[in-house]
Write a protein that binds this ligand. Structure first.
Ligand code: FE2
Ligand code: FE2
Length: 481
C-alpha cells in the first residue's frame, strides 16, 4: 500500500494498513458508534442534514492532499492519517539525541507519553463542543462552511489521538479513548482538561479569536510533539499541522474582515475617533476597543495553555526525547541543553523581572515566547488595515502578566501594559480591558444569521478569495429546510 494515499475501502479511512491490523481495527470500530453519538449530541447544533462543501484528505502528499465535495457532516470520512515515515529518523533532542526514533512506546516513558496524548486529544472535541451553537448565527454560508470544516477536522484530530491510544497503550489506552468521549466542555462534574477549553465561545468574533489564538497554541504543541522520538506521534502531528493551518487562516482572515468592515463604516460615516464606541456601534459594526478586549481575553486564556514558565515536567519530557522545542531540528545548539539557560519573566519583590533559568526547566516559557512571536503576524495585518483607513490607533497584544490564571502571574493583577495593580483597581478597571456583559450583549445583537448565497452580515466584509477557488457567492452550504 502506498503510504501517501489513503485507503477508503474500509469503514475507517486510513494510511496505516488498518485492514491488516485486526486488533486495532476492532478497537476503533468498537469506538466508532460512541464517537457518532458524541458528534450527534455535541457536534454542530442543526445542519446535520445539510450538504456542506468540505475538504477531505485523500493523501498525505503536501503537494495535494485534499479534495472538496458536498458532504453531510455525519457522513464525513473521519480517518487515520500519518505523514510518511522518514527513513532512519533519529531522536532530535534530549538524552537520547541521535538514537533511532522509537516505533513502539518505551516502557519507562509510557505514562508521560500517554498523558501528553490524552491532553492533546482532549482539546480536539472540546472546541467542537464550544462552537456547537455558532451555526445558528453564521454571518454567511462561506463562514458557516469554514466553521464546519474546522469542526470536522477537530473531530479527525480526536481520531488521530485515539488511534495512538488504542494501538500503543493497550487496555488503559482504550479506557482513555472512552473518557475522551465522556468529558464535556464547561461541565461542572466532568469538564475538559484545560481551562481555555471550558470557556464559552458565545459569538463569531470569539470564534475568530479562538481559531487565531487558541488553535495557534495547538499549532505550537503539535510542532513540539512532531519532534517527538516516538515516531508514530511525530508523524500524526505532522499531518495534523497541515489541517491546522486552515483553522488559523479562518481566525486571521475573520478578524481582518471584521476590522475592515468597521474601518469602512467609520470612514463612510465620517467618524474620526475610533474610541467613540457609541457612535461606532450605532453603525451596526463592532468598535475597535471591543475587538481589543476580545483579543485581550483570548490571548491571555491561550497563554495559560503553555503551563508554568518553570516546569520540571517539561524538562523531563525533553530529556526523555518525548516533546521537543518549536522547530527543534532548525535550532543551532546541542539539543541537550544540560548547561544552557533561558531568560524567564518572574515576579520578584513585586516587580516583573527577567531571570536566567536552566533552559530545560524553562521550555514552556520558550514555547510561549515562540507563540507570542507567531501571534504578532496577524496583528501587523490587522493594524495595516486600520492604518490604510487613515486611523491612528492599533491593536496590541497585552502583556503576559495580564489576566493570568496559571504560572508566575496568577496571583497578581496587571494592566495590559504590564503595570501591576491592586485588587481594587483591577475590579474597578477590568471592564476597560476585558469584554463586559454589555459588550457581549452588543455583539450578540449583531449575530443574526445570513443564509442567502453571496450575502454577508453587515458587521463583516466578504472574503477576498473563496474556498477551493470558488467565488464568495458560491453555495458553500446547501441548507436542508
Ligand atoms: Fe486540532
Ligand atoms: Fe484546530
Amino acid at each position: 500500500m502506498n503510504i501517501m494515499n489513503v485507503d477508503y475501502s474500509t469503514k475507517i479511512p486510513n494510511n496505516v494498513n488498518l485492514s491488516e491490523d485486526r486488533q486495532v481495527l476492532k478497537a476503533l470500530e468498537g469506538w466508532h458508534p460512541g464517537y457518532i453519538d458524541w458528534w450527534n449530541d455535541m457536534g454542530p447544533d442543526g445542519f446535520q442534514q445539510s450538504l456542506v462543501y468540505l475538504r477531505t484528505a485523500y493523501s498525505v502528499d503536501p503537494r495535494g492532499w485534499a479534495k472538496f465535495d458536498y458532504v453531510k457532516m455525519p457522513d464525513y470520512r473521519w480517518g487515520i492519517l500519518l505523514a510518511p515515515q522518514e527513513e532512519n529518523r533519529t531522536i532530535p533532542f534530549g538524552e537520547n539525541f541521535g538514537q533511532p526514533a522509537w516505533q513502539e512506546v518505551p516502557g519507562e516513558h509510557r505514562a508521560t507519553l500517554r498523558r501528553l496524548i490524552v491532553i492533546q486529544g482532549d482539546t480536539e472535541p472540546a472546541s467542537v463542543e464550544q462552537q456547537r451553537h455558532l451555526g445558528k448565527t453564521a454571518p454567511s454560508l462561506y463562514d458557516l462552511r469554514n466553521l464546519f470544516q474546522v469542526n470536522v477536522e477537530e473531530g479527525r484530530h480526536l481520531w488521530a489521538m485515539v488511534y495512538l491510544l488504542q494501538k500503543y497503550f493497550g487496555r488503559d489506552g482504550r479506557e482513555e479513548a472512552d473518557e475522551l468521549l465522556r468529558r464535556r466542555s464547561g461541565d461542572a462534574d466532568s469538564p475538559r482538561m484545560l481551562g481555555a477549553f471550558n470557556e464559552s465561545t458565545p459569538d463569531w468574533l470569539s470564534f475568530f479569536m479562538f481559531t487565531y489564538f487558541t488553535d495557534r497554541d495547538g499549532k505550537m504543541q503539535l510542532h513540539s510533539l512532531a519532534q517527538s522520538g516516538f515516531d508514530p506521534l511525530s508523524r500524526t502531528c505532522r499531518f495534523m499541522l497541515t489541517e491546522e493551518a486552515h483553522h488559523m487562516f479562518v481566525g486571521e482572515t475573520g478578524i481582518s474582515r471584521v476590522v475592515q468592515r468597521t474601518c469602512e463604516a467609520m470612514k463612510a460615516a465620517g467618524i474620526s475617533d475610533p474610541a467613540d464606541v457609541a457612535k461606532v456601534r450605532a453603525l451596526g459594526v463592532i468598535d475597535l476597543p471591543t475587538i481589543q478586549k476580545k483579543l485581550n481575553l483570548h490571548y491571555s486564556l491561550s497563554l495559560d495553555l503553555f503551563g508554568s514558565e518553570v516546569s520540571t515536567n517539561a524538562a523531563n519530557a525533553f530529556n526523555a526525547g518525548i516533546k521537543g522545542r518549536y522547530k527543534e531540528t532548525a535550532i543551532d545548539d546541542d539539543h541537550r541543553l544540560q548547561n544552557a539557560t533561558y531568560p524567564v519573566l518572574k515576579l520578584i519583590d513585586g516587580k516583573i523581572k527577567r531571570v536566567d533559568e536552566p533552559a530545560l526547566t524553562a521550555l514552556n516559557m520558550r514555547l510561549r515566547d515562540d507563540y507570542s512571536q507567531d501571534c504578532v503576524k496577524g496583528l501587523l495585518r490587522w493594524n495595516k488595515i486600520i492604518a490604510l483607513a487613515g486611523y491612528d490607533t492599533r491593536l496590541e497584544l497585552p502583556n503576559v502578566a495580564f489576566h493570568r490564571q496559571i504560572g508566575e502571574f496568577k496571583d497578581v493583577h496587571a494592566t495590559p501594559d504590564g503595570v501591576l495593580i491592586d485588587d481594587a483597581t483591577w475590579n474597578k478597571r477590568k471592564g476597560e480591558w476585558l469584554p463586559s456583559t454589555d459588550d457581549g450583549d452588543f455583539i450578540a445583537s449583531l449575530m443574526t444569521p445570513v443564509t442567502e448565497t453571496g450575502v454577508y452580515a453587515p458587521w463583516i466584509s466578504p472574503p477576498k478569495v473563496g474556498i477551493d477557488n470558488k467565488p464568495g457567492d458560491f453555495e458553500y452550504v446547501k441548507i436542508e429546510t
